[in-house]
Design a protein around this ligand. Sequence first.
Ligand code: ZN
Length: 335
Amino acid sequence: MVVTGPGVIEQLPAVIAELDLPERGLLVCDAVTRKVAGDRVLAYLEETGHPVAVIEIDGASMEELARVEAAAEGCGFLAGVGGGRPVDLAKQAGYHLDLPFISVPTAASHDGFASARASIRAAGQKTSMEARPPIAVVADTTIIASAPRRLLAAGIGDIVSNQTAVLDWQLGRDRGEEYSAYAAALSEMTARLVEENSGLVAEGGEEGVRLVVKALISSGVAMSIAGSSRPASGGEHKFSHWLDANASSPALHGEQCGVGSIVTMQLHGGDWERIRDTLAAAGAPISAEQLGFGDDIVLQALCEAKTIRPQRYTILDRESPEKIEQAARETGVVS
Ligand SMILES: [Zn+2]
């Protein structure tokens, strides 16, 4: 179930009633998202007779996951309130404990709030784990529109990169990998809709935010149809994962994926300028420098992206380092 629009956070008790969830739930938030939305969620639920426990987490690590799972003892559902980490922990705990999980995003910075994968730090490394997809997404666009603009711009980067993810998936399909034309079409259309409305989206108003939220949810649906993250995660995501694992201070996931997508679209022979212009209009980075990196580390990340998830074949696995570097220069990602 997806409920989105201004002020819909008030509808959370109605959503819980409609889904016929057990009374008692655990709210997972962090210090920021508790202020932004968590306390209100708590008040709405208590008013409607739901005894709710709250846990404030600090980062998404295996230790914090264990704490959330212990706190969920005796609860019938979990609600993750946040941009990333509280949602990741709630969905992973829900998966382990076999409890339904409601996603209450406070920012639209990536498609994780609607997906079945969680990103959790294990042994010092950000690790993507199989998790539980949300039984409901309650995305209040008034709350999301008041989040820092940088987060929305990053979400747009995560969406536009769907196009190169699909092209990379087609390379995999040609090598015998399972492929879903339906999931691919949905993922691509999602990116196209955001590009066609880049002006509206760039304004960051409620309507633009709603479009981005729907796009991120649609990406999650495309991944569910495919049964993997393939429709929304190609070479540009491997580039981002490499930076997360190796750079001292990585940029945001969607920012890195957007820049990676400019380069991989050029390698695919597609309209990379349109991706660059959509990102620029949204105020998202379009170069190594704007990501806060030197050219050398970005070139290294592009060339070594193939070492990340090597079973996932992409254009960065196929092309030579010389060709990749040439694409990075031609697109202005490095100078
Ligand atoms: Zn992503």
